[in-house]
Write a protein that binds this ligand. Structure first.
Ligand code: C2E
Ligand code: MG
Ligand code: MG
Ligand code: MG
Length: 281
């Protein structure tokens, strides 16, 4: 009887596994076509200065709707892109469209506003990456200050030689680099010392926790560590006025989240609230 049951569960497992694999392959294939045909949409989510609520810049977030599969979240398709050698074309697509937008608008009337683009891990380590960025900026006559890049801890932790070279070159051009989802990976704090980045973007899980005394202590410590290394501190995923006020009191520099604004289609960037005024709580 046991053997029978075991056999049945194996069959179930096998078909689930098969379905997952099939979806992955579907996504990979459709993503390749969608990139080629320019079917992915760019959305922007504003980043605000916490001390005064002024707009600081925008992060670019991809959105993808497929006729058969429906909406597919970047949380699902970005890892597939990264593991199937589509990461580089995806980054190139997002970067060139984001820079086109920067160069032509409609853009809120703030000259130093920037766009922050998420970059896939492998692409950032390639020796040609900085050249590509240089060329894209030059093509549109844009200064490096208008572009920020967000990379994850894993990219800088791996100590691949290309990463350090790219960081150096890009920052010489005035670009700013943020470590995204800080605290969510397997990072050791020692790497911050040697790292040439400008911003720590603290992962949402730490923002979620600041309604407790322990959560506040942890957030306070992360902010102090970032400060000690001269980094700008950003918090992602702010959803309540209490979180905004608390982060502001702890000395966090920049905030982003659904409280202020959900990501909007790129042509609606000029309509986001600025300055943002949090309701009192
Ligand atoms: P991320 O870069 O950490 O982006 C933040 C994610 O949190 C976004 O999800 C954003 O919509 C969401 N978010 C922002 N504020 C809030 C909030 O207050 N509450 C909650 N619950 N969520 C909030 P999204 O757009 O689904 O993107 C997921 C991840 O996919 C991103 O995480 C990023 O790593 C990746 N990604 C998105 N677009 C791109 C892209 O163009 N290129 C690359 N390489 N990665 C991208
Ligand atoms: Mg990001
Ligand atoms: Mg993040
Ligand atoms: Mg995150």
């Amino acid at each position: 009887r046991d053997a029978k049951r075991q056999k049945r569960s194996l069959v179930v497992f096998d078909s689930e596994f098969h379905q997952e694999l099939q979806r992955r392959l579907d996504i990979e294939q459709k993503l390749k076509a969608a990139l080629h045909e320019g079917l992915l949409s760019l959305y922007l989510q504003p980043k605000y200065h916490l001390p005064d609520g002024q707009l600081s810049g925008f992060e670019v977030l991809l959105r993808w709707h497929d006729d058969q599969l429906g909406w597919i979240s970047p949380g699902e398709f970005i890892p597939i892109a990264e593991s199937s050698a589509l990461g580089e074309s995806l980054d190139r697509y997002v970067l060139s469209r984001a820079l086109d937008y920067l160069a032509t608008g409609p853009w809120p009337d703030i000259p130093e506003l920037y766009v922050a683009v998420n970059i896939t891990a492998e692409h950032f380590a390639q020796p040609q990456f900085a050249d590509f960025i240089d060329a894209e900026l030059a093509k549109r006559d844009l200064p490096g200050q208008r572009l920020h890049l967000e990379i994850t801890e894993g990219v800088v932790m791996k100590r691949v030689p290309g990463v350090a070279d790219n960081l150096k070159r890009l920052r010489e051009r005035g670009l700013q680099v943020a470590i995204d989802d800080f605290g969510s990976g397997y990072s050791s704090l020692s790497y911050l010392k040697n790292l040439m980045v400008d911003e720590l973007k603290i992962d949402k899980q730490f923002v979620d926790a600041i309604h407790t005394a322990q959560g506040i202590t942890v957030m306070d410590s992360i902010i102090r560590i970032g400060r000690a290394f001269g980094l700008r501190i950003t918090a992602e995923g702010i959803e309540t006025p209490e979180q905004w006020h608390q982060l502001r009191m702890l000395g966090c520099d920049v905030g982003q989240g659904f409280l202020m604004q959900r990501p909007v289609p790129i042509d609606q960037a000029a309509t986001v609230p600025s300055p943002f005024q949090p309701p009192y709580s």
